[in-house]
Design a protein around this ligand. Structure first.
Ligand code: AMP
Length: 324
């Protein structure tokens, strides 16, 4: 099934505790589409400037990413720069954001894009996210949204409007608390679900993700890595893996959503192992399968084989109470 992402394509200047890189290819839609392209075909709608290198367009095309919606405008490509804390690599400070051509970005969908089954509205102005939805020829099977504090604090009404329209909402733990006005993360997620989305995916950095899907709750750890080179794009690569597998399988059941959270975590874990999308673009199917299998082993455990079912997860309901 077809998958569309609308968001930023950027050049990032990043300093991490390990190293630094200037003008690395970045942007939410870039990370998302490269990760998703490991699983399915994806279309990217975004904007770049005259300085955007042809080699980067070719890289996207070589992954069968449809870039017919990547507009080239007069001016410079969106530029973001950030530095990660040496004490806690999950903490980053934005040093500079130059919107450049992104300032005039008005996403325009062609016929193919407007008929997409799965849509990811990456972190951009919520009014633009609404503009994308309004151009859809028919209601997509699933629409997912990402946002950030900047919009929660500055464009609350526009954000509320788009949140009402989407099926899935990806956001960081702190953003979920701030958007819901609720410190307890379970209650915060439930409150956001009440605002519209069927599911809320709370990203918790190196602590993994919590997925609230209707009444179902699922927790996936982040894959433990002994070296993180650059955390930039982890969230968008997670979303790319998540939505990529939903679009590839068409399975949006509770089990499908749980599997998507693991595939998302697999892609997020690869993204942080190098700058830009360098690790993602070198992945083989075997690499992805291998890390998926490791994830299964990481979280799998057996209960006891005993008649009462005590501490036997497969027969868990009420067992612990019987032994109290
Ligand atoms: P993540 O680490 O998943 O939050 O995504 C980082 C990416 O988001 C970087 O590659 C940036 O180019 C991009 N980015 C940073 N700030 C913004 C913004 N205000 N709007 C859109 N994209 C942004």
């Amino acid at each position: 099934m077809s998958l569309l992402v609308v968001g930023s394509v950027a050049y990032d200047s990043v300093k991490t505790p390990v190293s630094s890189r200037d003008r690395a290819l970045g942007g939410s839609a870039m990370y998302f589409s490269v990760a998703a392209s490991c699983l399915t075909d994806v279309s990217l709608v975004g904007i770049v400037g005259e300085d955007f290198e042809e080699a980067h367009v070719e890289m996207l095309e070589s992954r069968r990413i449809d870039v017919s919606g990547l507009e080239r405008a007069t001016g410079k490509t969106f530029h973001w720069s950030g530095v990660y804390s040496t004490e806690d690599v999950n903490q980053r400070e934005t040093l500079d954001t130059q919107l450049n051509v992104f300032e005039e970005f008005r996403p325009a969908l062609n016929t193919k894009h407007s008929e997409s089954d799965f849509v990811f509205l990456a972190n951009i102005d919520p009014a633009l996210q609404m503009l994308v939805l309004e151009q859809m020829e028919r209601r997509p099977r699933l629409v997912a949204l990402d946002s950030m504090n900047f919009w929660i604090e500055g464009r609350r009404d526009d954000l509320d409007r788009i949140v009402r329209e989407v099926d899935l909402f990806f956001l960081d733990e702190g953003e979920a608390r701030s958007y819901a006005g609720e410190a307890n993360i379970v209650r915060a997620a439930r409150r956001i679900q009440d605002m519209g989305p069927r599911a809320v995916v709370v990203k918790r950095g190196e602590h993994g993700v919590l997925v609230f899907d209707e009444k179902d709750m699922f927790s996936a750890p982040a894959f433990p890595l002994d070296s993180v080179v650059d955390p930039t794009g982890a969230g968008d690569s997670f979303a790319g893996g998540f939505m990529g597998v939903l679009a590839a399988t068409g399975d949006i059941s509770h089990d499908g959503i749980r599997r998507a959270a693991i595939v998302g975590s697999v892609m997020g874990s690869f993204a942080v192992q190098d700058f830009s999308a360098d690790r993602l673009t070198s992945l083989t199917t075997e690499d992805i399968q291998d890390r998926f299998d490791r994830f299964v082993r990481l979280t799998q455990f057996d209960g006891f084989e005993n008649e009462s079912g005590f501490l036997s997860p497969a027969k868990s309901s009420g067992n612990l109470l019987r032994h109290e």
